[in-house]
Write a protein that binds this ligand. Structure first.
Ligand SMILES: C[S@@+](CC[C@H](N)C(=O)[O-])C[C@H]1O[C@@H](n2cnc3c(N)ncnc32)[C@H](O)[C@@H]1O
Length: 350
């Protein structure tokens, strides 16, 4: 069976997450991947584990992309048809189906990805995608649980935007870059902040540990985990001394300290060596924390002072190459208008 996965952001993080989690997925057009799966529940389960997924549609084999065949499929009062191969044709096909049905209401897509999950849920709409050229019909069968994502983003006991909190969907995609399954595996975030990475890892089924240099942050993480009924081993600790408390760890996934926000251009030059020293100290210490073959998924900030781009990830190019295999770099994401660009790197202990 074939499925289309719609993703919320078209960036290298979404691309890398899908590559790591869905074997054989092919980018069909921006924000839209096609993949094969043995059945509907395997495919929806896969989609629901990803941070980048928004919607999933299944191919309706044997259904022609013509109004008469589509009208037969419509069960709900509301429907919406989007032409994948010519978005501008969508109003016409919707009207033709309404004329055939002589009942119901169609909702026109505003973009080529169809309707938003919020609209689909609120109005209970049967949504279809058609491709006249390749004679395909697809029906939306799953949407992401946007209420739960919003809760995790904005309505946790501690969700202080000033502390530089990682958006939950980004945290989920980062955890999904760990190329091993979660069951019985220990994942640690040594800069746990308010626990975003740990919550996503717990929801996927990992065992977790967290550490932060500030006791207040560890308390925030605990309160956030408690509020969702989760548990993890939490310690107040400097990330360069993680080995004092943690061993036999399968994966470290973290957004470390990135420097103080809103730096002036002339401050950047001094910040970068300090951060690189911290990251190098961490990566050396974590060699005694990780199991052989264990993974690190870590954010490295890049700064631009107008004259020069400072990439803190250059620390991995030196002696560390003897201890870690570099599996992936240049996975980029940044918030709109952010002055710090983030690069995610995936390493494996040799
Ligand atoms: C960018 S925040 C992490 C945010 C976290 N990903 C979240 O979304 O909640 C960095 C965290 O690192 C902590 N930190 C700074 N220096 C540290 C160090 N040397 N060892 C451990 N934690 C440190 C800070 O207290 C802060 O909570």
């Amino acid at each position: 069976m074939r499925f289309i996965l719609f993703v919320g952001a078209s960036n290298t993080l979404a691309e890398s997450e899908i590559e790591a989690q869905i074997k054989g997925a092919v980018l069909r057009q921006p924000n839209l991947y096609v993949f094969e799966s043995e059945n509907e529940s395997t495919a929806t389960n896969l989609a629901s584990r990803l941070g980048s997924s928004i919607k999933l549609a299944i191919e309706m084999v044997g259904v022609a992309p013509v109004p008469t065949s589509l009208a037969d499929l419509i069960k709900a009062k509301n429907f919406s048809i989007t032409s994948l191969d010519g978005f501008k044709d969508s109003p016409q096909i919707n009207q033709e189906i309404k004329d055939l049905l002589q009942k119901g209401r169609f909702i026109l897509p505003k973009e080529q990805f169809g309707l938003s999950p919020v609209l689909l849920k609120k109005h209970k709409i049967d949504e279809f995608f058609v491709d006249q050229k390749s004679e395909e019909v697809w029906q939306t069968i799953w949407i992401h649980d946007f209420e739960h994502w919003i809760k995790k983003d904005r309505h946790m006991p501690f969700a202080n935007a000033k502390a530089g909190i990682l958006p939950p969907k980004i945290a989920r995609s980062m955890v999904n870059l760990v190329p091993i399954g979660p069951i019985g595996r220990l994942l640690v975030d040594p800069f746990c902040g308010s626990g975003r990475v740990l919550i996503e890892a717990l929801e996927l089924g990992f065992l977790v540990g967290g550490a932060d240099i500030l006791a207040d942050q560890v308390r925030e993480t605990k309160a956030n985990l408690d509020s969702l009924g989760f548990e993890g081993r939490l310690e107040v600790l400097d990330a360069t001394h993680l080995s004092d408390k943690f061993h036999d760890v399968d994966a470290i996934v973290t957004e470390p300290f990135l420097g103080k926000p809103n730096l002036r251009p002339d401050q950047i030059r001094y910040l970068v060596p300090g951060l690189q020293k911290l990251y190098l100290g961490c990566l050396k210490n974590w060699l005694s924390v990780l199991k052989p073959g264990g993974f690190v998924v870590m954010v490295f900030p890049s700064f631009d002072d107008g004259k020069h781009i400072y990439k803190t990830s250059s620390v991995i190019d030196g002696k560390l190459e003897l201890s870690y295999n570099l599996l992936k770099r240049d996975i980029l994401y940044s918030r709109p208008n952010a002055d710090v660009r983030r690069e995610i790197v995936v390493l494996q202990k040799k």
